[in-house]
Design a protein. Structure first.
Length: 254
């Protein structure tokens, strides 16, 4: 039932504008690494493409660079997934090479992985081979024309929504608004980017979710700091958006 619903969303969201390398590299090189926990994981060979001039390139990305250097990605965000995700549905918007998709799937979740890059999804598909029955892929661009998703029958809730699309978070929230408004989503991990959207638009997105009764916390750098996260409230949201160019917010249904 959950997979059928996720496949329905994938069909509605597929298409639109796609990210493509601006340098004509073709298929970008990848590297296989062993993570801190011993699990294999495939990333792009980011150092190979670092010297290129400015412009979009699938192979040159911070996720792959960080995983190659540290054999891990986002300690605190990963820790929050481990603490709160156990079974249920997950929607990963901006899934990239699949870090959070894998983290959720390995904990028994059904995951819809949405990304605008066919190369990202190809690497993600490799990284989720052991969980292929649990993961639905969607190559789609989330924008202001993306149709909203209604609350399904026969599914109790969405365990987690993760949004990381570099300034497109307002469009993603709008596409998921019926689920947020009905409190159907338990947790959300959303990158908010005033640096791309401007502080006013970022503030508006955050206020919309706060108005529904969700509580928001700034995700720290280290996993142990998740026990005492700074809360974003109606009173401090404007200053927070002005002071921070980009941040991950952990949302909790209340």
């Amino acid at each position: 039932m959950i997979r059928d619903w996720l496949e329905h969303i994938a069909a509605r969201w597929a298409g639109g504008r796609f990210d493509e390398c601006q340098f004509g590299h073709g298929d970008h090189s990848t590297l296989d690494v062993n993570l801190r926990d011993g699990a294999p994981f495939r990333v792009f060979d980011a150092p190979r493409y670092e010297t290129e001039r400015a412009g979009y390139c699938d192979g040159r990305d911070e996720v792959s660079r960080a995983i190659l250097a540290n054999r891990w990605w986002e300690d605190a965000g990963t820790a929050l997934i481990a603490q709160h995700c156990s079974g249920g549905a997950v929607i990963d918007i901006g899934s990239h090479v699949g870090w959070y998709t894998v983290q959720a799937a390995k904990r028994g979740c059904w995951v819809l992985a949405v990304d605008a890059s066919v190369e990202h999804l190809r690497v993600l598909e490799h990284n989720t081979m052991d969980y292929s029955d649990q993961v639905v892929l969607c190559r789609g661009w989330i924008g202001d024309a993306t149709p909203p998703i209604g609350v399904p029958r026969g599914t109790s809730s969405v365990k987690l929504v993760k949004i990381d699309i570099e300034g497109g978070e307002a469009d993603a929230v709008a596409a998921l608004w019926p689920l947020f408004a009905s409190k159907f989503i338990e947790y959300a991990l959303i990158e908010v980017s005033p640096v791309f959207t401007g502080a006013d638009k970022a503030e508006d997105t955050v206020r919309r979710l706060l108005s529904l009764g969700y509580r928001a916390y700034i995700v720290p750098n280290r996993a142990e700091q998740t026990r005492n996260m700074h809360e974003v409230t109606e009173g401090n949201v404007r200053q927070t958006m002005k002071e921070r160019p980009q941040m991950d917010l952990w949302w909790v249904r209340c």
